[in-house]
Design a protein around this ligand. Sequence first.
Ligand code: 13P
Ligand code: SF4
Length: 342
Amino acid sequence: MEFVQSPRAEADSAYAKVSRVIPEIEWAVHAPHVNAINQLKRRRNAVVLAHNYMTPEIFHCVADFVGDSLQLAREAAKVDAEVIVQAGVHFMAETSKILSPDKTVLIPDSRAGCSLAASISAADVRLLKEKFPGIPVVTYVNTSAAVKAESDVCCTSSNAVAVVEDIARERGVDTVVMIPDEYLAQNVSRQTAVKIVSWKGRCEVHERFSSADIQAYRSANPGVVVLAHPECPPEVVAQADFAGSTSAMIRYVGTHRPARVVMVTECSMSDNVAVEFPDVEFVRPCNLCPHMKRITLPGILQALETMTVEVFVDPLTAARARAAVERMLAVSGGSAPVRLAA
Ligand code: 13P
Ligand code: SF4
């Protein structure tokens, strides 16, 4: 027999997890939404796949799986539910639909875009392929399905080096085109002998960090360990103690337990990780991603109530994009999705 907690008990145990980062007065607003979402998920046979940048009340209280882009894609490919609610941005929901075409994929706010995805179109990729014939195109998952469909293989920040080297070896070439993030491309090119032709896209959140910022964090917080996302400018990454995907940064904190850390990335990361590691002091300068922040508890509830906004990808585009995403999933790297306790 399945044991289902009462809504009150469920809300109390959810709050116990996040009480260090959400004040009680704020929780009073969240609790009814958390209860309603968790009940409706069971009725709809739905799961919430949440990116590491979601706010703590989403990340810790209604998500079934959390992770970086690669972990969420791996979970979408095998998830055992009829409905996926993507608590993340639009390209992530499209990736879920591409990998699970028979499932209903919902995004709580279809305006949740990404400056990288907006920086390049399928026509741009076709022109690049004409300009660099025979050179494989490695495409960051932060792109539309139509752009993925024009690509040889996708990558994320957690497997980019492995993917670039794998496709160069398989095609017998020494150069790849890597789109659309010019900073990620520059950061990857420092770790491989493969030559990289890049595009001019940037993440509007990470491009704002500068090396002067890193110096300021270090002088104001002696001994602080600096973790940076590889979408940051190369001079920022060069000054960090560690650079990696959002989940790689979380693993770094779990493994090394620094006394003080600064996560040079989106703001919700520190809140979410601080819940797990009360012994670590988080220095918290950060930049908000306005797209990720469009996803809210009321939005998730409405998505489940109304079964909107459903994400569709044209089947021909989806088939070509799936080949590029599945090729990426076949390259090892990154880690398994994280299932949260109910
Ligand atoms: P991760 O794959 O590292 O989670 O990055 C996704 C993203 O959008 C970072 O800005
Ligand atoms: Fe896109 Fe940057 Fe926001 Fe990630 S943080 S979704 S890369 S704009």
